[in-house]
Design a protein. Structure first.
Length: 291
């Protein structure tokens, strides 16, 4: 074990030491972790399939396959969202390890009412087993490096209509908290190429005797250098009262309009974003490739 016994912060609790030394033990432990963190907010955990293989005589994980088909995760407020991260102040042992292949799929997995078809794979993910003085076991992020890069891909697809319905439900609740009633919401998503999309959201709201419409627009585009640019952002209304209320919102949107976000440079060493695609049709399909 490495000699570094400094405290470990923001680790994922993983039961009791010692670390799982077989595929079946690792799968059982991961299921316990998922149940502890998602149990109050999800259903269908009994349908999740987990297959794992360890490397004999090594802390490495050979493979981990997780199939979350049928899992339903409900909407959570900020106070309800699970935060599994903990600190281990008294560390008695660390073992550096590599998860050689991790795969996840869901056909579909339902997230906040939206059925998502999910396929993901990540290779050569480095982590550390951390053993606490109280007999606990945790997983600590080791951090990738340019000498030990991670690679993989993700594809997530969801019905455009289902996404709009969810947005409508969330907007209805958010406006209700401010004393407004959302009477209608139309969202138009359009593809502007393999890495660009625009959105036009038209809403009708009511508060007391006041009823009016408003429109919000935005365009997002990712170039070959993996730089995201937000443009054409605006909020308008033909009703002068609502237009006045939107002044504060419009000021904030103008600060974002034209903003460029370098996605590649924001990633840690060893994680290289090589491609991002967003296809808009009856389904919204997000594809990401790393490495």
């Amino acid at each position: 074990m490495p000699d570094d016994l400094s405290p470990a912060h923001d680790v994922l609790p993983f039961g009791r030491a010692p670390r799982p030394d077989s595929g079946s033990a690792l799968a059982d432990r991961l299921r316990e972790v998922m149940t502890r963190n998602l149990g109050p907010h999800a259903s269908g955990l009994d349908r999740v399939r987990i297959d794992a293989a360890t490397v004999p005589g090594s802390p490495d994980v050979q493979s981990l396959d997780v199939d979350v088909t049928g899992l339903v995760v409900r909407a959570m407020g900020a106070a309800d969202a699970p935060d599994p991260a903990e600190n281990v102040e008294h560390v008695v042992g660390r073992e550096h390890a590599v998860a050689r292949t991790i795969r996840a799929q869901g056909h579909p997995v339902t997230i906040v009412g939206v059925a998502v078809d999910l396929d993901a794979e990540i290779r050569d993910l480095r982590f550390t087993w951390v053993e606490g003085g109280d007999g606990s076991l945790a997983i600590e992020e080791s951090g990738q490096s340019t000498e030990h890069p991670v690679s993989g891909h993700l594809r997530a697809a969801a019905s455009r209509d289902a996404l709009v319905t969810t947005v409508r439900e969330l907007a209805t609740k958010a406006l209700a908290d401010q004393g407004f009633t959302l009477t209608a919401l139309d969202v138009d998503l359009a593809s502007r190429g393999p890495r660009a999309a625009s959105i036009v959201a038209s809403a009708k709201i009511r508060k007391g005797f006041l009823s009016a419409s408003a429109q919000i627009t935005a365009t997002a585009e990712i170039d070959q250098a993996m730089v995201l640019t937000l443009s054409n952002i605006g909020a308008t209304s033909r009703n002068p009262v609502v237009a006045a209320l939107l002044l504060a919102v419009r000021g904030k949107l103008e600060q974002v309009d034209g903003k460029r976000i370098d996605l590649a440079s924001s990633l840690p060493p060893g994680v290289t974003l090589s491609d991002v695609r967003l296809d808009v049709g009856e389904q919204l399909v997000l594809s990401v490739r790393v490495g």
